[in-house]
Each structure stands twice: as C-alpha cells, then as structure tokens.
Design a protein around this ligand. Sequence first.
Ligand code: 6CS
Ligand code: FE
Length: 307
Amino acid sequence: MISPAKDPYASRTDRGSAIIARKDPVVYGDGKYADALTPEQLDSYESDGFLLLENLFSEQEVAGLIAEVERMTRDPAIARREESITEPGSDAVRSIFMVHALSPILERLAREPRLINVARQILGSEVYLHQTRANMKPGFKGKEFYWHSDFETWHVEDGMPSMRALSCSVLLSDNDATNGPLMLVPGSHRHFISCVGETPSNHYKQSLKKQEYGVPDPVSLQLLAEQGGGIRTMMAKAGSVVFFDCNTMHGSNSNISPWPRSNVFMVYNSMENTLNAPKYGLEPRPEHIATRKAFKALTPLDKLKLV
Ligand code: 6CS
Ligand code: FE
C-alpha cells in the first residue's frame, strides 16, 4: 500500500487542502482501443473532462428505461434494501445503487455499445462496473449533491489506484434550469483537490445522503472554476448522455420544481485499475457501492456470441 507521503492523490490526511496536478492521462491509448467517438469528441472530452451527447437514446428507449426505474422506486422490496438511499429528512428515494444487479434491463444498458464502447475507447482497455445507480432527484424533495470529485472518494474510500474510470449519466428526464441539472467545471479534471478532515467510519451511510467529508474547500473550488472558464450546466433532453472523467469536479442543486430530474449512472473502471485496499485503514465499502469481488470485464452487447 502506498504511504500517504508517497500517494500522489493523498487526501483527508493531516495536511491542509492542496491542489495537485493530475499524474494520469485523460484519454488512454490515444483513444484507439475502440471506435465510438470522433476525434473532435475525444478532444473535447480530453480538454473539458466531460462530453454531452444529445439524444443518444430514442423517446421509446427512454420510456422503457424510466418505466423500469420508476417500477424499482415503487417496489417496497427494493426500497427496504440497503441499495436504496432516501433523501435527508424524508422517505423519498434519492438513489438506488447496484441497479445493474437489480434490473436485467439496466444490466443490458450497462453493456449497450453506445455507452460501454465510449468507456473502452477513453479508458483504453476492457472495463467493468465499479458502481451503478439511479438518482431520482424527485420534484420538491430532491436535495443537492454538493461539489466533489468522485475519484477523491473512490481513491480514499475504495482504494482506486489511478484516474482511469469514468461516469456515464443517462438522462431519463429533461434536465433544465429548474430541476437541478448536473453542473461540471471544465478543466477541473486536471487538478486533484486534496481535502481536509478525517473520514468517519461507515462514512457512506451519511455521504450518500449529504457528503461532508472529501468536500473541496471554497478557495480551491473558486480557483478551479475561474481558471477553467466557469461552470457548465448539462441541460438536455431525456435520452441524452453525459460522460465525465472520475476526477471532474461536479455537483447539482436541489430540485424545488414539481418535476423529477432522474438519471441513471454507469461507472466504468478500467480492468487495469481494479481496487486496492481503502486508504488509511478504512473498512472497504459494501459491494453495492464499490465492486470488489467480481472484477470481470463487461461484454458489450454487440460482441455477445448469440447462441
Ligand atoms: O461515494 C460515492 O461513490 C458516490 N458519491 C457521490 C457524491 N458521487 C459518486 C458516487 O455516487
Ligand atoms: Fe459524484
């Protein structure tokens, strides 16, 4: 295990906050491992740390996905499971984790070539699912996700070695200015913000409702936003998809509109970047939040040998 002193992405140690230059590539293998994005799209992803592909899925495909996610949200057997996280202060479902194991429809979505082949191309390898979730952000009750880098959490609490993972958010409802769309800081993926504070045990029981550790300080956030050209808000129709690097600073506001802002996230990790032990002696997080037991490369649907 790398000692905190040698860990280029040490965070939540006894030092104050710091901004560290990224040590890892953004696009691996020059994007030649698969053929999903154009060179212009790849360049845009590399430069910003994210890419919005509008209307990737048809209205009919979205209708099937949202019906499945709403069915899961209404299913009391799923609501009782530890994979379901409620909003702070209410019993409204905030997120359902490990949706690929709870739904055959969402398991197929994870292997949909329009998604997985983008991940294979950017990460330059075969990939597996580090985490999947549906974020419901229900009308009136969906609370914010404060600014954070997913990699900061995945490195410290899940032992993810390098920045060779990405999230893919499939919009299941129109995301507009009123219902708390995803916001990202262009270029922030090139800097790692080392956070202050010591991780409480079983932190995920609190952080998935409202994250208070591994949260960047305002000075660092303002620096990143001002040098990256501000904040980009992902307003797009349902069926659009946002791909973003594991270290891109992102967050979203509370939803006080009457309408939900539902999306489903697939987090692809490179098979060359499987998890080590968490940092600083932390207990590993449960399997439904961070895949540790089955690092098996995911077969894209178009590569399945149909029997
Ligand atoms: O801790 C995690 O893995 C989760 N937390 C946030 C705020 N984003 C990534 C992930 O869903
Ligand atoms: Fe996140």
